[in-house]
Structure formats: structure tokens, C-alpha cells
Design a binder for this molecule. Structure first.
Ligand code: TYD
Length: 205
């Protein structure tokens, strides 16, 4: 294989993706490959500073979109592209599908503008696989209620998250080969079994 694989993890807040990212990282490392786990917005010092703003400072949807794509630009150039070039597997907690789902679906922001930014910033770089943790907005809200204080997105109502889910669904429908849709309301071991099956099916490692 020339170049590493790039896998993103997506889903609404409370979908439970974080622990499974670490599990997949261990799984790939167990097969003798180097793995980089990173996240968006974030992943570099500059992008982490932008993340703080996006998650906590009031702003309109265009500003939000510009900041997440600015963070993504730095993240790709400084971290993701060099890692992939070295043959490292990159596991990224959220990527551009989150922008289409949250800014596009959730906030109702212009998808054509997001598509233009996607083209400029990514220059053809897209995840090889996107693991989408799909579960009802009400289930995710119950899970979130048990944990820490909400950020600007986690504080949104259920209708917002219904629109985010619809945004993910539209991306999944447009690119079914890239997406692995996981029934994330199942118990943890069942969720992991689905992920493992989807990864094995691709026969990369
Ligand atoms: P998240 O990835 O859920 O991290 P944590 O587990 O620490 O809460 O939080 C990131 C938030 O940023 C999430 O609510 C979705 C939002 N987001 C966007 O709105 N647009 C984007 O492009 C990205 C990458 C994230």
C-alpha cells in the first residue's frame, strides 16, 4: 500500500464514538501498523485554539464554517498529509461530514458554500472510510445528560440534532462506499462488532 489510510468518525454528540476510536487504533496497531489518532476541530496547536473559539464563542454560521475549515487546512497541512505520506493510518474524530451535518444541516447554512470551501481546503483529500455512529437524537440526548456541561453544539435542542442526522444521512447517501453506517444505539460490544466487520470487509490490514 502506498500511503496510509484515512478514517473519520462521525455522529451526533453522545453517539459514543470516542471509545471506539481508541479500540480501532489498538486493533490496527495490533496488526503492526503505526496509527495517529486526532480530532476536528483541532489536532494542531493553531487548530486547537480555533476549536476553543468555535465551541465557546458566539458567532454566526458563516464564521463558524470559515473557522472549522481554517482549522482543517492547518490540520491537513501540518499533521494529516505528512502522516499519510509516511504510511501512517490516521483516525480522525470528525472531519468535513461534520461541517455539512452541523453547519449545513443543523444551522441551515448554504451547502454550496461549504462544498466550495471543501474543494479549496482539501484539494481532493477525503477520508477512505467514514464510520458513522447513527442513533436517534433522543437517545443521544439521554446519554449527554449524564455527562459534563454542554458546549455551544451540545446545548442545542433535539430538532437541531434531527437536522444534523439528516445532514449525515445525505452525505452517506451521496457516498455509500465511503460510509460505514453503525447502529450506535446498540450496546457497546455490538457496536464494536459492527465496526470490526466493516473494517475487515475492506481488507486493508
Ligand atoms: P466533539 O467532537 O463531540 O468533541 P467532544 O467529545 O470533546 O465534545 O465536539 C466537537 C463539536 O464541534 C461537535 O459538537 C460538533 C462540532 N463541529 C462542527 O460543528 N463542525 C465541524 O466541522 C466539526 C469538525 C465539529
Amino acid at each position: 500500500m502506498s500511503g496510509g489510510r484515512f478514517i473519520s468518525f462521525e455522529g451526533i454528540d453522545g453517539a459514543g464514538k470516542s471509545s471506539h476510536i481508541e479500540a480501532l487504533a489498538a486493533w490496527v496497531r495490533g496488526r503492526g501498523h503505526e496509527v495517529l489518532v486526532t480530532r476536528e476541530p483541532g489536532g494542531t496547536p493553531l487548530a486547537e485554539r480555533l476549536r476553543e473559539l468555535v465551541l465557546h464563542a458566539p458567532m454566526d454560521a458563516l464564521t463558524e464554517a470559515l473557522l472549522v475549515f481554517a482549522a482543517r487546512r492547518d490540520h491537513l497541512a501540518q499533521l494529516i498529509e505528512p502522516a499519510l505520506a509516511r504510511g501512517v493510518t490516521v483516525l480522525c474524530d470528525r472531519f468535513t461530514d461534520a461541517t455539512f451535518a452541523y453547519q449545513g444541516g443543523g444551522r441551515g447554512f448554504d451547502l454550496a458554500v461549504l462544498a466550495q470551501l471543501e474543494t479549496w481546503v482539501q484539494q481532493g483529500r477525503n477520508p477512505d472510510m467514514t464510520i458513522w455512529f447513527d442513533l436517534p437524537a433522543a437517545t443521544a440526548a439521554q446519554r449527554r445528560a449524564a455527562v459534563r456541561a454542554p458546549d455551544r453544539f451540545e446545548a442545542q435542542d433535539q430538532a437541531f440534532f434531527e437536522r444534523v442526522i439528516a445532514g449525515y444521512q445525505a452525505r452517506c447517501t451521496a457516498e455509500p462506499q465511503r460510509f460505514a453506517r453503525i447502529a450506535a444505539a446498540e450496546e457497546r460490544t455490538v457496536v464494536w462488532a459492527q465496526i470490526e466487520a466493516e473494517v475487515q470487509r475492506r481488507a486493508w490490514w
